[in-house]
Design a protein around this ligand. Structure first.
Ligand SMILES: *[C@@H]1O[C@H](CO)[C@@H](O)[C@H](O)[C@H]1NC(C)=O
Ligand SMILES: *[C@@H]1O[C@H](CO)[C@@H](O)[C@H](O)[C@H]1NC(C)=O
Ligand SMILES: *[C@@H]1O[C@H](CO)[C@@H](O)[C@H](O)[C@H]1NC(C)=O
Ligand SMILES: *[C@@H]1O[C@H](CO)[C@@H](O)[C@H](O)[C@H]1NC(C)=O
Length: 234
């Protein structure tokens, strides 16, 4: 009786390939890391975190040491094993993920103080970007003039002496180039006007004067000749 029941149950079960080896790739969730030795996920240890939910990272991220009374930042969220801490830098300071010092302890550059212009204000994780001219924007990591009319207006109005090392040189070079071009254009313009004036007024005046003189000499010569003829005994 028992045997029959077991046989019937086994026959009625769906076919499961119980004996086939099944390779299962293990993925870990947030708050865990992947232990290579036994292919298992383990809990992040103290002062570390992992936010990714489907991963095989073998290490959790180290948490930064935060102090609630630190003047450089305010703690928005102190973090846990699944979430990174969130801080807000104090005004004038920024944080860099590449900087291993105290969080938010990097001072934002004051573009005005180095006689440049703010192209991008300082943010929590990036320093301010200074450009040598007002109205410049950062395009592909370098200062570019987006609006030419603004550029010429500001260049005329306020062109500060630049302090920044290599930018200073570039700018001086630009200034010299500008002056050279202006002087060259001025010289060419004056030359063209001079040539035009000479052709239009000086040459005709000179030619007229010469013609008059020539006529006068002709006349006087004629008179002299006549005098000579008169004086000379026939
Ligand atoms: C970690 O912080 C997040 C965001 O505040 C929260 O949703 C989550 O429940 C926290 N996890 C633990 C284990 O405290
Ligand atoms: C930046 O520098 C200028 C000129 O030195 C100064 O007037 C201004 O107060 C400074 N700004 C900040 C935020 O320090
Ligand atoms: C930025 O540089 C890349 C490669 O140098 C170029 O393909 C892209 O067009 C540039 N973008 C602008 C806005 O100039
Ligand atoms: C260029 O500058 C002028 C005057 O400052 C402004 O009216 C215009 O909107 C600017 N154009 C662009 C594309 O920024």
């Amino acid at each position: 009786m028992h045997m029959v029941l077991i046989t019937v149950t086994v026959l009625m079960l769906p076919k499961i390939p119980l004996c086939q080896p099944k390779i299962v790739t293990v993925y870990c969730s947030a708050g865990q890391y992947f232990d290579r030795h036994d292919e298992r996920c383990r809990e992040c240890s103290e002062n570390t975190w992992m936010a990714e939910t489907h991963h095989r990272h073998t290490k959790c991220e180290p948490s930064r040491k935060l102090q609630p009374d630190d003047p450089y930042y305010n703690i928005i969220f102190s973090g846990n094993k699944t979430h990174k801490a969130v801080i807000k830098c104090s005004p004038g300071y920024f944080d860099s993920p590449y900087f291993t010092g105290e969080p938010c302890s990097r001072e934002c550059t004051n573009c005005t103080a180095i006689r440049m212009f703010f192209a991008k204000a300082c943010t929590d994780n990036q320093d301010s970007i200074c450009c040598p001219e007002k109205g410049m924007r950062v395009v592909n990591g370098s200062c570019k003039l987006v609006n030419a009319s603004t550029y010429y207006k500001t260049k005329k109005k306020e062109n500060p002496g630049h302090v920044d090392q290599n930018k200073q040189q570039n700018n001086k070079g630009d200034d010299y180039l500008g002056i050279t071009i202006a002087v060259t254009i001025a010289i060419i313009t004056i030359a063209v006007i001079a040539i035009f004036a000479v052709k239009k007024w000086v040459v005709p005046w000179y030619q007229k004067r010469h013609l008059k003189q020539d006529r006068r000499t002709d006349i006087s010569l004629g008179e002299e000749d006549r005098e000579n003829q008169l004086l000379s005994p026939a």
